[in-house]
Ligand binder design. Structure first.
Ligand code: 3AM
Length: 178
C-alpha cells in the first residue's frame, strides 16, 4: 500500500479552504474531503512494513498542536507551477511532531526524507493550467488568507490510492496527541 503520515483538517477549516477554489482554468482542485497536511510521505510498502510503521507511530508522544494556516504559495518545476497551496505556520509544536515522525520512521528502516519540511495544504495541482495570469492573480488576490487557529489532537497514517482524476485517501490509523 501507498502511505503517508499527516494531519486531517477539521471540517470548519476544510469549508473555508473550499471557498477559495475556482477561477483557474485547467487547475485540478483537490476535493475538500482530501485536504490534509503531509508530515511525511512514505510511499509504497508491504503490509509487514506497514505494521512496523504503525507500531512506531503509536509510540510517539507529543502535545496537541495549534494549526495556523496563512498565505498562498506554489511549488514549481522547470519554471512551471505544479502545486498551489495554503501555507501552514512552522510552529514549534508542528516541527516537534514532524521530527518525531521522521525519527520513528528512520528507526524502522526508512530512508531519511531529504526535502525540507515545508508545511502546506495543497489546494490544486496545476499541470495543465492554460491561463498563467489567472494563477498569478489567484496567488496575489488570496495572499492575505488566514484561517482561525485550530487545535489538532491527533495525527494519522493515510493510505492513498491513485485514481484517474483524484487520489482516494483513507485514514488507516489515528494517533492521539496529548
Ligand atoms: O501533501 P501534498 O498534497 O503536497 O503529492 C503528494 C501529496 O503531497 C506527495 O505526498 C502527499 C500525499 O500523497 N507525494 C506523492 N508522491 C511523492 C513522492 N514520491 C510525494 N511526496 C514525496 N515523494
Amino acid at each position: 500500500m501507498r502511505l503517508f503520515v499527516g494531519l486531517a483538517l477539521p471540517e470548519a477549516v476544510r469549508t473555508q479552504l473550499a471557498g477559495l477554489a475556482g477561477g483557474i482554468p485547467g487547475a485540478r482542485w483537490v476535493p475538500p474531503e482530501n485536504y490534509h497536511l503531509t508530515l511525511r510521505f512514505i510511499g509504497e510498502v508491504e503490509s509487514w512494513r506497514a505494521q512496523e510503521i504503525d507500531d512506531a507511530l503509536s509510540a510517539i508522544r507529543a502535545r496537541p498542536l495549534e494549526l495556523r494556516l496563512r498565505g498562498i504559495g506554489t511549488f514549481e518545476k522547470a519554471g512551471r507551477v505544479q502545486t498551489l497551496w495554503v501555507g501552514v505556520e512552522k510552529t514549534e509544536g508542528l516541527i516537534h511532531l514532524q521530527g518525531k515522525v521522521e525519527t520513528a520512521l528512520q528507526r524502522v528502516g526508512l530512508e531519511p526524507e531529504r526535502r525540507r519540511f515545508s508545511p502546506h495544504v495543497t489546494l490544486a495541482r496545476c499541470e495543465k493550467v492554460t491561463a498563467a495570469e489567472k494563477l498569478a492573480a489567484f496567488v496575489q488576490g488570496n495572499n492575505l488568507f488566514r484561517a482561525a487557529p485550530v487545535v489538532v489532537d491527533r495525527f494519522c497514517l493515510f493510505s492513498s490510492r491513485l485514481g484517474k482524476e483524484q487520489a482516494v485517501y483513507a485514514i488507516e490509523a489515528e494517533y492521539a496527541l496529548g
